[in-house]
Design a protein around this ligand. Structure first.
Ligand SMILES: NC(=O)c1ccc[n+]([C@@H]2O[C@H](COP(=O)([O-])OP(=O)(O)OC[C@H]3O[C@@H](n4cnc5c(N)ncnc54)[C@H](O)[C@@H]3O)[C@@H](O)[C@H]2O)c1
Length: 310
């Protein structure tokens, strides 16, 4: 496999800007961000993210300058793709848009170019349906905010070659990310399956009056959630022992939520127009100050974690 030198990011939205920043943090890469309109303030979102990181000690002015200097913007898809080694799309989450984009990119790039999709939930196998070189299409699911969360789920479609999986994992590692190898193209990949198994139980407990919404969140934030950055469920099971894991599941699994439809509470809130932060009411009521505090608190926490890892 040729060494990856030129990375192209398609779509200069929230994720596209974050991903361009991530790839440009590697001094060996040239990064092109394909945008549909060349605006005067096109570097602003990236500079803003970096300024916040600098304020939190997670980046320096010199790093900001170097990162920005490695990113160029183009509007023409053919020009962007012509000599690309790795292209990742951050276009809207619409199947046909992604399929057509990859088909078009195939027609204007080298035969060995890798095509990655940052889709949140769609199947990379389905996204590659209109491509000739399906083995060169791979899922690369970054988590938002893409420049701060280390995890990237690298998803093997039904056709992705091992060479493409390895090259993608290697590239992401070289950009400071923590890629994980997802062996099967299944809905939710790996991390969202874990997350939504937890959300299902959380919603169920509120629905059944077992705990209030804030109590459920506290149970995560001040309890097992503190361990999760250091201890995943598989290691935890080995730590407490396979016998105890067996006994606990033998007793408790039958009592846990196993619904295959969204919680009726969600439907009820939707019908009432209670949309969460957007309307100030969802599971709980939110003042503008509380919403701001939640968003800022999360960002500051992630930046402090990033600064610690440096
Ligand atoms: N927002 C998140 O939390 C998140 C997290 C992980 C993955 N993703 C995925 O990343 C992708 C992009 O999400 P986003 O939040 O950055 O969206 P966004 O709306 O911020 O950005 C989408 C960009 O794509 C451009 N675009 C529109 N039509 C296009 C086309 N036909 N071809 C190429 N570009 C086009 C838009 O101009 C815009 O700049 C989606 O697939 C989304 O599911 C999003």
């Amino acid at each position: 496999m040729k060494q990856i030198k030129k990375v192209v990011v398609i779509g200069a939205g929230m994720m596209g800007n974050a991903l361009a920043q991530v790839f440009a943090s590697n001094a060996d890469l040239d990064v092109t961000l394909r945008t549909r309109q060349l605006k005067d303030d096109r570097y602003e979102p990236i500079k803003k993210n970096l300024d916040i990181m600098i304020a939190g000690g997670a980046a320096t002015e010199a790093e900001k300058e170097a990162i920005v200097s490695r990113i160029s913007f183009v509007t023409d898809l053919k020009e962007a793709a012509a000599d690309a080694d790795f292209i990742i799309e951050c276009a809207p989450e619409v199947m046909e848009v992604k399929q057509d984009l990859f088909k078009e990119l195939e027609g204007c790039s080298r035969p060995d170019t890798i095509f990655a999709t940052n889709t949140s939930v769609m199947s990379p196998t389905e996204i590659s349906a209109k491509c000739e070189r399906k083995e060169r299409v791979v899922g690369a699911h970054f988590w938002n905010p893409g420049h701060l969360i280390p995890l990237v789920e690298v998803v093997k479609s039904d056709h992705t070659s091992e060479e493409v999986m390895d090259a993608t994992m290697e590239l992401l590692r070289a950009c400071g990310k923590k890629p994980i190898y997802c062996k099967k193209d299944v809905p939710g990949f790996v991390a969202n399956r874990l997350q939504h198994a937890l959300w299902r139980e959380a919603f169920y407990m509120v629905q059944e009056g077992i705990a209030d919404p804030a109590t459920v969140d506290d149970a995560c934030k001040y309890g097992p959630g503190l361990r999760w950055p250091a201890l995943g469920p598989m290691e935890n099971s080995d730590m407490v022992g396979i016998q105890l894991s067996y006994n606990i599941h033998d007793y408790i699994l039958k009592h846990l939520a196993d619904n295959h439809e969204p919680s009726p509470c969600l439907k009820e809130m939707l019908d009432k127009g209670d949309l969460g932060f957007k309307t100030g009411k969802g599971w709980q009521e939110w003042t503008p100050a509380q919403i701001e505090a939640s968003n800022t608190g999360l960002r500051e926490y992630l930046i402090a974690m990033t600064a610690k890892q440096k």
